[in-house]
Design a protein around this ligand. Structure first.
Ligand code: G3I
Length: 384
């Protein structure tokens, strides 16, 4: 198939969401573009999303899919898009300045293609998870070369296979005190604010097909700090768009807090519309619900987590520019919370749609209802 066919795949992808996300793999793999839908009752989340021209999926790690067959089966059943939770980060894939190791992300990209899933890249540029050599090697004079080499090598390797890239992750930090609210990071230190433009232009050159996203957190609730961060993110997006930087989407991480009373339908809907009015698509990229503020009782937590999911995702999916929802993990069996943000009472976290036994929780039903209630996105129906 000629490359011309894919020249405007980015537009094609952005406007038709899930219905096209699998298509390129389908064309390449010869499989039908649409994942065979299950029975009407108990339809998996990926099928419910696809029926509306949306994508649902999750982050994961190689070892979860390779070593846990039951989990892998559920992941394949429920997810229409896969994002590496850790294994596309610099510390994993770039053990030395002139050496790359793609063993892990190649496994995940192959798993996604094998199961007719879209594959999303995360992240190309971040201030965390940098390899040990970074601090002692990168400086003002070589930072741009090292950054461009990284993006050309990594995005180039998966060119045509990636639905979307988080090109720059978490660049806004109000605590930094800068008028542009940019986070203090090696990238800003060495290259100034222009590192963002450099990253997006390098990504567009390496993979003209992927949707190029800016991804951030702490922009979901109505608390003053989150309102201020939303405004700063919007300003950044406006600056990038007005400078013709090749950005096509905003990733909203949506690491929510279950039971937080600070959710405002109006404020979220307005923000989504403001982003959409810039001509950007929107992905919910890392959805989960922190249950640490809730009592230990699992049923109580599960109800609160489900309510948090349903409130947020139903408002998000009402915005036509929203094309995908990914949870940051599929099952409580594998959530980063137990390692990175454990509960003080030691109870296992319950932030995700499936419990540790891979059984659907109220949060799963909440997601299912949100997809079923979502307005269908334009484009051919998956049901036809
Ligand atoms: O897998 C290795 C293990 O073999 C080794 O023994 C161990 C030693 O520390 O490390 C393990 O790797 C850990 C990896 O997660 C897989 O579990 C890394 O240390 C740890 O730093 C890494 O943390 C990830 C974190 O980002 C930093 O990259 C989390 O899984 C991941 O959930 C988290 O995700 C971030 C997003 O990228 C950006 N948004 C916020 C989100 C949550 O913090």
């Amino acid at each position: 198939m000629s490359m011309d066919h894919f020249i405007d795949r980015r537009t094609f992808l952005a406007s038709l969401g899930a219905l096209t996300a699998g298509a390129p793999f389908a064309f390449r793999s010869g499989r039908p573009p649409f994942w065979p839908l299950g029975a009407a009752a108990g339809l998996p989340l990926r099928a419910r999303a696809q029926a509306k021209g949306l994508l649902y999926g999750s982050s994961t790690l190689v070892r979860y899919l390779r070593d846990d067959k039951a989990f892998s089966a559920r992941f394949a059943e429920e997810c229409g898009i896969l994002v590496p939770e850790w294994e596309l980060k610099w510390e994993v894939i770039r053990p030395a300045p002139d050496r790359f190791d793609f063993t892990a992300p190649d496994f995940l990209a192959a798993y996604a293609a094998e199961h007719t899933m879209a594959f999303r890249g995360h992240p190309l540029v971040w201030h965390e998870s940098l390899p040990p050599w970074f601090a002692t090697t990168v400086n003002r004079s070589n930072a741009e070369t090292i950054l461009r080499k990284h993006i050309a090598t990594v995005a180039g390797r998966y060119a045509g296979k990636v639905h979307s890239w988080d090109v720059v992750n978490e660049a806004i930090d109000l605590g930094g005190g800068r008028p542009d609210s940019l986070r203090a990071s090696p990238w800003l230190d060495f290259l100034g604010p222009d590192y963002i433009r450099i990253a997006f232009e390098a990504a567009a050159q390496a993979d003209p097909h992927a949707l190029l996203c800016y991804n951030d957190y702490g922009i979901e609730f109505k608390w003053p700090k989150e309102q201020a961060k939303r405004a700063a993110v919007l300003e950044l997006l406006r600056r990038l768009k007005s400078s013709n930087v090749p950005i096509q989407a905003l990733g909203i991480q949506a690491h929510l807090r279950a039971g937080d009373p600070g959710f405002s339908v109006q404020e979220l809907a307005t923000f989504l519309r403001q982003v959409a009015d810039l001509g950007l698509k929107i992905l919910i990229t890392e959805l989960d619900a922190d249950d640490r503020a809730l009592p230990k009782d699992p049923a109580t937590r599960d109800q609160a987590v489900a309510k948090t999911y349903e409130s947020f995702v139903s408002v998000a999916l009402a915005e036509p520019a929203v094309i995908a929802v990914l949870t940051w993990g599929l099952s409580d069996r594998y959530t980063y919370f137990n390692k990175m943000r454990p509960r003080t009472d030691g109870a296992p976290a319950r932030p995700l749609p499936l419990d540790a036994d891979l059984k659907p929780k109220p949060a799963y039903d909440a997601l299912a209802r949100a997809f079923d209630a979502a307005p269908a996105r334009p484009g051919p129906s998956a049901q036809k």
